[in-house]
Design a protein around this ligand. Structure first.
Ligand code: AVI
Length: 316
């Protein structure tokens, strides 16, 4: 079973790489950043002085946790999307002891198991029901949560990594899956000065560059590619019209590379578009949510580095 899964995954990666590199504008999904090395590099990014979102959101959540807790019903189930180490969750759990069960959702069973073990020690009365799943696909909550009011938790501005139409589809899907008696707490990075944004995605110590180039490392190792990492450069750009940071891997020379048995030509300066990180204003986030079955009932923002936490409530 395990080896069949690995094969399916490799096949999907090869298929996506061939389609993406063969497209007019070369592209690859950012989901391929997160193998073990990429996940570790992302943790390191969060510790760089330039990458403000993680620290800012944690500080904001710590400040508003009592207000968030006030809106959480008795015996609620907390469902966290892409829970990783569940660090931000503790701020909610500490302020809202009325949460009786916690469903961390992640594609990494290892991350879930480690988080479960750590949380079980500190929250003895909490029922922890880890769910190994890709929350962008169909999500079925554990049957033990049936009938309980559900509070979705989607921090980290991960919603910004989706194209706007994908983000609205995801919100619509979550509205159906979390149910009529639910709310969704979303953490969203806000538009700010371009220099702060660019530095956050191109830190001086080069961790983000290594994170981006890890895709090329994966092409070489998993798809038998022949890419010289020194012939590509990490680049972060601010797209003013789309209010997003884009990450690219730019070819420094005219070259051919072979990935998964297919050869692709790069002109000097041509790039692979590897990630979008949309930044919002309270108004643009409101427009994104509009028509998805959720109502924005409250917004908290931090002003040091603008970041927002929004409470969405299921529209009847
Ligand atoms: C996971 N995600 C919200 C991060 C972001 O800021 O878009 C991923 C990241 N990419 C580069 N640095 C961090």
């Amino acid at each position: 079973m395990a080896s069949k899964k690995a094969t399916d995954h490799e096949r999907e990666f090869a298929k996506d790489a061939i389609a993406g590199l063969g497209a007019h504008t070369k592209v690859i999904s950012p989901k391929y950043f997160y193998d073990a090395a990429g996940s570790e590099l992302f943790e390191q990014i969060c510790l760089t002085p330039e990458y403000y979102p993680t620290r800012t959101e944690l500080a904001l959540l710590a400040m508003i946790a009592p207000s968030l807790a006030d809106g959480i019903p008795e015996a609620a189930t907390l469902v966290e999307l892409g829970s990783g180490a569940s660090e931000k969750t503790r701020l909610l759990l500490d302020s809202a002891p009325q949460i009786s069960s916690y469903v961390p959702v992640d594609i990494s069973s290892d991350a879930l198991e480690q988080a479960r073990l750590r949380l079980a020690v500190d929250y003895e009365r909490l029922e922890i029901l880890p769910l190994v799943a890709d929350f962008t696909k169909s999500l079925v909550l554990p049957r033990q949560t049936k009938g309980a009011p559900v509070v979705g938790f989607f921090p980290g501005s991960t919603i910004g990594n989706f194209e706007p139409d994908e983000a609205t589809q995801l919100l619509r899907k979550l509205r159906l899956e979390l149910g009529d008696n639910s709310q969704l707490i979303v953490g969203v990075d806000l538009v700010k000065d371009t220099s702060t944004l660019l530095k956050a995605y191109d830190d001086a110590s080069g961790v983000t560059a290594r994170f981006n180039k890890n895709l090329l490392v994966r092409f070489n190792r998993e798809l038998d590619a022949d890419i010289d990492l020194d012939l590509f450069e990490h680049r972060a750009v601010w797209n003013t019209a789309k209010e997003r940071i884009e990450m690219h891997l730019v070819s420094l020379i005219d070259q051919d590379v072979t990935v998964a048995g297919t050869t692709f030509h790069f002109r000097a300066g041509e790039s692979i578009h590897t990630e979008n990180s949309h930044k919002f204003t309270p108004a643009s986030f409101g427009s994104l949510v509009h028509g998805t079955g959720w109502l924005v009932t409250k917004a908290w923002t931090s002003d040091v580095q603008p970041f927002g936490v929004f409470r969405l409530v299921a529209d009847a």
